[in-house]
Design a protein around this ligand. Structure first.
Ligand code: MLT
Ligand code: ZN
Length: 483
C-alpha cells in the first residue's frame, strides 16, 4: 500500500454540493469572508485556504461527511475552538481541503454528580464545561488561558495541559470514554463512564493527542472531581530557579496533590504584563524570578490559610523565598491568575516571539533555563528571553522576545538559530519538544529526530490502519513515510 500522503486535489463542485446537502447550505461556507475565521490562528503563524468549511450539527452529520470524504478522497481538517498553537487545525495553503468545524456540537449530554462524570460534545467551550460542573458542586479541573474560547474536542485532540496538570493530569487523564467518527464514517460509541475497564486495547488514548489524524472525536465522557472547599494563592519572589524547585518540594511535602498550580515567571514577564495591562507589581521589591502557586483542598473556606502561611514562613526561614504576597481574597487570587494568563497574550505587543513548549524532568528545570539563557546570550545578546510556565510539571515555555527596535520579520527569520540550541539542551536533558501543545504542522518535521524509527513506524502503521485513504488532517503530526 502507498504510504505517502497523496497530494490533495480540489473537491469537485458536485462533491461540495453533496457536503452542503448534509449540513444544509447555510452551514457549508465557501465565501472568503465566511471562511476567514477558520483559516488562520490567533498567533497568525499559519494561514491556509479551504474549498469549504462545514459546520455539522451532530454526530450523524459528521459520519455522513467523513463517509463522503472517504469515497471522494476529500481531505478533511477537523477544527474545534481554533486556539491550537501548532497549526494542526489550519488547512494548508492549497485551498483543496475541507475544514470540519465541530463548534455546533456543543451540548452537554449528561452530567452525573454521583458518578462524577459529564458527557460533553466536542464543540463545548471549556469554560462552559467548568461552569456546568460547578453548578453541581463539582470540578472539571482543566485550566488553560484560552478556556473562554477553546473547545473540548481541541483539548482532547491536542491532549492539552495547562496550569492544573500538576494536580489532575492533562486532557488524557480526564477522559473515561469517547465517541469518535472513523475515517470511513463509522461511529465508535466508546462513551463509557467506567473507572476500571481492562478489556483489551485502550483505543481512546489513540485518538486523544492524535490531532484529528486518526478519527474525529465528537463527544467525551469526562471525569469530574469534588469542588475544593478552599483555595489559597500566593506569589513568591525568588533569587533563582533552584529556589523554585525547592519551594515546590516543600509545598508538596505539606500538601501533596493539593498543590494545584505552580508557575514560574521571570521578572521580564511581570514587567511585560505590567506594561500592557492594569496589573501592578505584587511586591515592593523586584526579584529575578517569581512563583505563582496555589493550594486547594481543606475542609472549610480559609482552612488552608494557616498551611500556606506556614509553607511561606518555612521557605522564608530557609532562604528559599525572598518575599511573598498572599492573595487576601478570592478576587485577588483571580487577579494573580489573570496576570499569568495575560502573559500569554501580551507577548504579542512586544513584537516577534520564538516559542517553545518544552519539558524536562522537574529537577532539570534550573539547568534548562541557565543553559538556555547562556546560549542565547551568545547568539543574540539583545534578545529578551522569557522562560516561563508550568515549572511544577517541568514544562517551560522558553519563549524569546525580539530585541527592542528590531524588525519583527528579521527576528523571526532567525527562528531556527534561536530555537535549535533550546531544543538541543532539552533533548540533552532527556526532555520533550512538545509538552502540551502537540506537533501539528509546526513540529512535524522534527518527529524523525525525536522518535526512533520503530516508534515512528508504529505511528505511521496506525495512521494507515485508521485512515487508509489519508483523508484525516494529512500532513499533520506525521512526516511522509519513505520505505
Ligand atoms: C501558556 O501556558 O501560557 C501557553 O501554553 C503558552 C503559549 O501560549 O505559548
Ligand atoms: Zn502552557
Amino acid at each position: 500500500m502507498d504510504k505517502k500522503p497523496s497530494q490533495p486535489s480540489a473537491p469537485s463542485a458536485q462533491t461540495l454540493a453533496r457536503f452542503a446537502e448534509i449540513t444544509g447550505a447555510q452551514y457549508a461556507l465557501t465565501s472568503p469572508e465566511d471562511m476567514s475565521g477558520y483559516l488562520s490562528e490567533w498567533r497568525d503563524k499559519f494561514t491556509g485556504n479551504a474549498a469549504m468549511v462545514l459546520r455539522p450539527a451532530n454526530t450523524t452529520h459528521v459520519s455522513e461527511i467523513l463517509k463522503l470524504a472517504n469515497e471522494t478522497n476529500t481531505k478533511i481538517v477537523p477544527q474545534a475552538g481554533n486556539t491550537g498553537l501548532v497549526g494542526a487545525q489550519i488547512p494548508f495553503e492549497t485551498g483543496h481541503e475541507v475544514v470540519l468545524s465541530l463548534s455546533r456540537l456543543n451540548k452537554i449530554r449528561d452530567i452525573d454528580a454521583l458518578d462524577n462524570t459529564m458527557i460533553a460534545e466536542a464543540g463545548c467551550i471549556l469554560q462552559k464545561v467548568q461552569e456546568a460542573a460547578s453548578d453541581v458542586e463539582r470540578l472539571y479541573p482543566m485550566r488553560i488561558g484560552s478556556q473562554g474560547t477553546c473547545q473540548i474536542g481541541g483539548n482532547l485532540g491536542s491532549n492539552a495541559g495547562g496550569i492544573a496538570t500538576l494536580a489532575y493530569g492533562n486532557a488524557r487523564d480526564l477522559v473515561l470514554g469517547l465517541e469518535v467518527v472513523l475515517a470511513d464514517g463509522r461511529i465508535w460509541n466508546g462513551l463509557n463512564r467506567l473507572r476500571k475497564n481492562n478489556t483489551g486495547y485502550d483505543l481512546k488514548n489513540l485518538f486523544i493527542g492524535a490531532e484529528g489524524t486518526l478519527g474525529v472525536i465528537t463527544a467525551a465522557a469526562l471525569k469530574l472531581y469534588p469542588k475544593p472547599m478552599d483555595r489559597q494563592v500566593a506569589i513568591a519572589g525568588l533569587a533563582d530557579t533552584n529556589a523554585a524547585i525547592t519551594l515546590l518540594a516543600l509545598a508538596r511535602s505539606r500538601m501533596g496533590n493539593g498543590v494545584s498550580g505552580f508557575e514560574l515567571l521571570p521578572r521580564f514577564g511581570i514587567e511585560m504584563v505590567a506594561k500592557h495591562t492594569d496589573f501592578r507589581d505584587p511586591m515592593e521589591t523586584a526579584y529575578p524570578w517569581y512563583v505563582l502557586f496555589e493550594i486547594t483542598g481543606g475542609n472549610a473556606p480559609d482552612s488552608l490559610r494557616p498551611v500556606i502561611t506556614e509553607i511561606l514562613e518555612q521557605a522564608f526561614t530557609q532562604g528559599i523565598v525572598e518575599d511573598a504576597a498572599l492573595a487576601a481574597s478570592e478576587a485577588q487570587a483571580d487577579r494573580f491568575w489573570l496576570m499569568r494568563e495575560q502573559l500569554t497574550e501580551v507577548q504579542k505587543h512586544e513584537g516577534g516571539s520564538v516559542k517553545h513548549d518544552v519539558s524536562v524532568p522537574v529537577s532539570s528545570v534550573p539547568d534548562l533555563i541557565s543553559r538556555g539563557l547562556k546560549v542565547l546570550e551568545q547568539i543574540m545578546p539583545e534578545c529578551r528571553p522569557l522562560p516561563y510556565g508550568h515549572a511544577g510539571d517541568g514544562n517551560i515555555h522558553f519563549n524569546i522576545t525580539q530585541p527592542e527596535g528590531m524588525d519583527k520579520q528579521a527576528f523571526l527569520d532567525r527562528w531556527d538559530d534561536l530555537s535549535e540550541p533550546i531544543i538541543d539542551i532539552t533533548l540533552d536533558l532527556g526532555g520533550s519538544i512538545s509538552a502540551e501543545h502537540g506537533i501539528g504542522r509546526l513540529k512535524r518535521d522534527m518527529m524523525p529526530r525525536i522518535k526512533s524509527p520503530v516508534e515512528l513506524n508504529m505511528m505511521q502503521d496506525l495512521k494507515v490502519l485508521f485512515d487508509p485513504n489519508n483523508i484525516l488532517n494529512p500532513g499533520k503530526v506525521l512526516p511522509a513515510r519513505h520505505d
